[in-house]
Every structure is written in structure tokens, then in C-alpha cells.
Design a protein around this ligand. Structure first.
Ligand code: SAM
Length: 320
């Protein structure tokens, strides 16, 4: 079908519809670019490049993130190199740094009386050179992997409440403390040196003192000091239960069940659950059920920074 205007030029309906649509799109585009703050017109939304998409409240690193880092490394021509001595960048072992600190007080120019020491929170040299990052034999950076895995598995939000049993020097805990609302991270830890590292070095150096984590010294699975009303979304033990007598682990679980949110809350234990499997499969399940717990299975998660898989065992509370 064709229209016949007065001057005798023939325009097909398709051409007319196409022209009107093109004009409308151009007009929309013009209005959109002129009034960036005004409500968008009904033009088709321009496709957003993948790199700017963050899925929901994603916690773990995305493939896009990794590709972006790789591109930055490539664009800057960076290569793995030997850590060679060069001007201004002198490799120093922790031990050498510690000796410097002791001998010269680091780079401090304070030469007054020790009695007038101005430092608000004096920190032992061993912590300043981060000896405690090597205390547990596992790479320090793995703490981030553990956090990402646990936080996403337990579907945490910043208002969730978390308890770590044996948080050590906060290798993992730091990431939870940063993510959670103030006072929402609790930890029971028995080792004094680790607690010193956590409170004197890690929290101040990461600017996290304002998060007021509740870190309590203790080794008897006594959670009384955390108050009676707190319900946790996540309770976890990273490389801890394997170092404890089975009896103490069961005592802890018995005391913790009533503090775990029914159904949605999770308990995660790393490495192995010999405290349970040593009883035999059936007896292990029965004992868990008597406590009101259900075993949810084994999970393996991968590390971003080094070739490493960690095993986690999940549990939930089945009775209200
Ligand atoms: C291998 S470290 C792991 C530290 C931390 N969870 C991590 O993944 O980096 C084990 C920690 O559990 C603590 N621990 C062992 N038995 C404990 C107990 N009965 N009560 C509290 N903490 C305990 C140790 O003091 C140590 O800090």
C-alpha cells in the first residue's frame, strides 16, 4: 500500500513508519542528552557494559574484577621478577626490620625520655613487622577467601551477627569486622599473643577500632560473656576444632545451638569433623539431631590468590 501526496511523490507506508520511528528515537536521544537529570524517556536503555555490573550485594570477586586486574597488569607491563635490591626499595626480612626497630626505633625521630613516650598505643616490634601473619602456617591472604566463602554461603548482610571460635590474629575476622555493622562480630580466643596482635596491631592498622568487635579471651567454650540474647546468623571455626578435644567441641556445640538462628543460621567447620565421624556415621547423626542440629554437607572452595582448596562442613539448627 502507498500514499499519494499532492505533488505526486509516492511514499510507502513502511517508509513513513520507519521515518517517524527514526525521528522519535532521535528526539528521545536529544532530550536524554540535554536533560541528564530529568526522568528518562521511553527510549530503549543503552546496553551497560558488563564491567559496571555488580550482581546484587555480591561479596566475592567476579570474573570481571579478575579480568580488570589482569588488564591493568598487562597495560603497565608488570612481570614476576626476583626481589632484587634497588635504590629505595630494599628487601628486608622481618628479622632485619625487627632489629632496625629495636636499634633505631624504626624511622622515629623522637629522642626524648622514654617516660615521656608520646605513643598512644605502643605496639611490640614483632607485631609491627607482622610476624603474626605467619603464625598459623597458612597464607594471610587466605583470610579473604574464607570470608567470601562463608559470608556468601550464609547469605550474610551487614546487619547479620557472626561468632568465630578461635579467631587468632583476625586473619579471617578482619574481613567480617569490616563488612558487618559495629559490635556484630564476636570471637572467643584462648591465645594471648594472638589477641594482642588482633587488638594492638590489626584493628588499629586497618582503621577498624570503631567497629567495636567483641573479642573475649577464653578456652572453655564459655559464651556467657557475649550476653544471652544474641542470635547468630553464622558461627564458624576456621582451623580450630581439629586442635581441640572432641569432648570440648561437643560442649561448645551444645551451648551454641540456642544461639544460632533456626533454619537460616549456619555453623561452618573447616578441615575435618573428626569430633563427629569418630563416633561412627549413624551415632554422629543421632548426636547432632539430639542437639537439634542437621549436617548439611561438605563444601570445597577455591582460593583467588594461591592454588589452594579448603574444605568446609555445614550445619543448621532444625528446631526452633
Ligand atoms: C590455626 S589457628 C586459626 C586462627 C584463625 N581462625 C584463622 O583461620 O586464621 C587456631 C586458633 O584456635 C585457637 N584455639 C585453639 N583452641 C581453642 C579453644 N579451646 N578456645 C578458643 N580458641 C582456641 C588458637 O589459639 C588459635 O588462635
Amino acid at each position: 500500500m502507498a500514499l499519494l501526496p499532492s505533488k505526486g511523490v509516492v511514499i510507502s507506508v513502511q517508509t513513513l513508519v520507519l521515518s517517524v520511528a527514526t525521528a522519535a528515537i532521535l528526539l528521545c536521544f536529544l532530550l536524554f542528552s540535554l536533560t541528564a537529570s530529568s526522568p528518562p524517556c521511553s527510549c530503549p536503555t543503552p546496553a551497560i557494559p558488563n564491567s559496571s555490573i555488580r550482581i546484587g550485594d555480591r561479596i566475592s570477586t567476579s570474573t570481571e574484577d579478575i579480568n580488570w586486574v589482569k588488564r591493568q597488569i598487562e597495560a603497565n607491563g608488570l612481570h614476576m621478577q626476583q626481589n632484587v635490591l634497588r635504590k629505595g626499595i630494599n628487601p628486608r626480612t622481618r628479622q632485619q626490620q625487627l632489629e632496625d626497630l629495636r636499634q633505631f626505633k624504626g624511622i622515629s625521630h623522637y629522642d626524648g625520655e622514654e617516660a615521656n613516650n608520646h605513643t598512644a598505643l605502643p605496639c611490640p616490634g614483632e607485631l609491627l613487622v607482622e610476624e603474626h601473619h605467619s603464625n598459623y602456617g597458612e597464607p594471610w591472604a587466605g583470610g579473604r577467601d574464607v570470608f567470601e566463602f562463608l559470608a556468601e554461603s550464609a547469605r550474610l548482610t551487614p546487619s547479620s551477627r557472626v561468632l568465630e571460635i578461635g579467631c587468632g590474629t583476625l586473619r579471617v575476622g578482619l574481613h567480617f569486622i569490616r563488612y558487618l555493622d559495629p559490635e556484630h562480630f564476636h570471637c572467643l580466643e584462648r591465645d594471648e599473643l594472638s589477641l594482642m596482635a588482633a587488638l594492638r596491631y590489626e584493628l588499629p592498622s586497618q582503621g577498624l577500632l570503631h567497629k567495636r568487635p567483641m573479642i573475649v579471651r577464653g578456652e572453655d567454650m564459655d559464651f556467657g560473656r557475649f550476653g544471652s540474647g544474641t542470635m547468630y546468623h553464622l558461627i564458624y571455626a576456621s582451623a580450630v576444632f581439629l586442635h581441640m578435644p572432641d569432648k570440648l567441641v561437643w560442649t561448645g556445640l551444645e551451648r551454641l545451638v540456642s544461639r544460632l538462628k533456626p533454619l537460616e543460621g549456619r555453623i561452618f567447620v573447616s578441615h575435618n569433623i573428626k569430633f563427629c565421624s569418630r563416633l561412627g556415621g549413624e551415632e554422629c547423626t543421632k548426636r547432632l539431631n539430639r542437639l537439634g542440629l542437621e549436617y548439611l554437607g561438605k563444601h570445597i572452595h577455591d582460593s583467588l590468590l594461591f592454588n589452594h582448596y579448603e574444605i568446609w562442613f555445614g550445619f543448621r539448627r532444625i528446631k526452633a
